[in-house]
Design a protein around this ligand. Structure first.
Ligand code: PLP
Length: 406
């Protein structure tokens, strides 16, 4: 029996919610594949994917099935007990990656928090208390806990919250010389997003990641890849490190991992995992059966032959059309990214106006994303139908045409 709920509207947000978000004017109520419907029944094409989360679109039957099946069995037991979906998912991740051990949590920030704490603990145990520096890239994004905003290198997210976590050094992204100049025997870890997501959909250069790997080896530092946004299929490979062929010591994952159900994971080796013995780290919900059952289904669909292979063709379809739009309307200077994480860099004349493009798209019933003020970001479902790509990009072109033609 369900209890009838009072109607709510967007205006209620401002009355009852902490004002740290500014959601769109409409409220989505239903989704299917790459389409979403709002309260008024208006249909939209979704190229935002819940910020690179809905990797299989909305309400994918395999995910709905996993969720309802598990929902009728067992929701939560805590880590006082283990559970079948968590062990099944961990085995899948271990079998498919460099990793030998998995720590589950609930978000990207928590996966990174675990990664940073593990790196410091490993260095402390092996080399003593002087080896604690974390080297990260400017303009990176690793989450919103105090540790992760401190590592993130964007003062707008970390200023004004009292003393920051210290022992973190920042260098420009994709600048190997700058990395060489700063990594030392005090460095416990170098943390990089193989594709900077929030920072503007900026893929790392291969030589940069290879150089980072070598530097870490020279200085007994760990290489951490934050694959919260670019991992779990988005690059066209299960993880972006596989695209580059550079093996990290720790990978953090979230977002697409659960396809819309909150889950995060830190993947690492057995030798490193040993430094988190019983009681050193934890979270009540980590490895929750519902989350792991859904993530297990996401994994199974993503690794079905043909799914990841299809990402490259969809990338080309997006890129060709977006480049055409960029040229025709003079709005983009570059279309970049890997797989289905695509960034369109606004041209000089449109710099700083990503919000206006976002709003214009909304008017045309299209959901897209910004990645900062200068980049329009597309993070659609990896199984988005070609017809939806065409329809969504038609809407996008109409939005850009109206915007640029006044
Ligand atoms: N790391 C990266 C690369 C991200 O893009 C994000 C979120 O955008 C995070 C970490 C934080 O993840 P969450 O919001 O799930 O804490």
């Amino acid at each position: 029996m369900s209890v009838e709920q009072a109607p709510v509207h967007r205006a209620d947000f401002d009355q009852v919610m902490v004002p740290n978000y500014a959601p769109a004017a409409f409220i989505p109520v239903r989704g299917e594949g790459s389409r979403v419907w709002d309260q008024a029944g208006r249909e939209r094409v979704d190229f935002s994917g819940g910020i690179a989360v809905n990797v299989l679109g909305h309400c994918h039957p395999a995910l709905v099935n996993a969720l309802t099946e598990q929902g009728n069995k067992l929701w939560h037991v805590s880590n006082v007990f283990t559970n079948e979906p968590a062990l099944q998912l961990a085995k899948k991740l271990v079998d498919a990656t460099f990793a030998e051990r998995v720590f589950f949590c609930n978000s990207g920030a928590e996966a990174n928090e675990a990664a940073f704490k593990l790196a410091r603990r490993v260095a402390f145990d092996r080399y003593g208390e002087e080896k604690y520096e974390i080297v990260a890239a400017l303009n990176s994004f690793h989450g919103r806990t105090l540790f992760t905003v401190s590592v993130g290198g964007q003062p707008k997210y970390s200023d004004g919250f009292g003393p920051k976590i210290t022992g973190i050094r920042h260098v420009p992204f994709n600048d190997l010389e700058a990395l060489k100049a700063i990594v030392s025997d005090k460095t416990c870890a170098v943390v990089l997003e193989p594709v900077q997501g929030e920072g503007g959909v900026l893929p790392a250069d291969l030589a940069y990641l290879q150089g980072a790997r070598e530097l870490c080896n020279q200085h007994n530092a760990l290489l951490i890849f934050d694959e919260v946004q670019c991992g779990m299929g988005r690059s066209g490979h299960l993880f972006a490190y596989m695209h580059y062929g550079v093996i990290p010591d720790i990978v953090s994952s979230a977002k697409s991992l659960g396809g819309g159900f909150p889950i995060g994971a830190m993947l690492t080796t057995e030798a490193l995992a040993k430094h988190f013995p019983v009681g050193t780290h934890g979270t009540t919900y980590g490895g929750n059966p519902l989350a792991c059952a859904v993530a297990g289904a996401v994994f199974d669909v993503l690794t079905t032959p043909g799914v990841l292979e299809g990402v490259q063709a969809k990338h080309q379809k997006f890129k060709a059309r977006l480049e055409g739009i960029g040229q025709h309307y003079g709005i983009f200077s570059q279309v970049r990214g890997l797989g289905l994480l695509i960034g369109c860099v606004l041209s000089e004349a449109w710099k700083g106006k990503a919000r206006a493009v976002f709003d214009a798209a909304e008017q045309e019933n299209l959901m897209i994303l910004q990645a900062g003020p200068d980049v329009i970001r597309f993070a659609p479902s990896l199984v988005v139908e070609d017809a939806d790509i065409d329809e969504g990009l038609d809407r996008f072109e109409r939005a850009v045409a109206k915007l640029t033609q006044g």
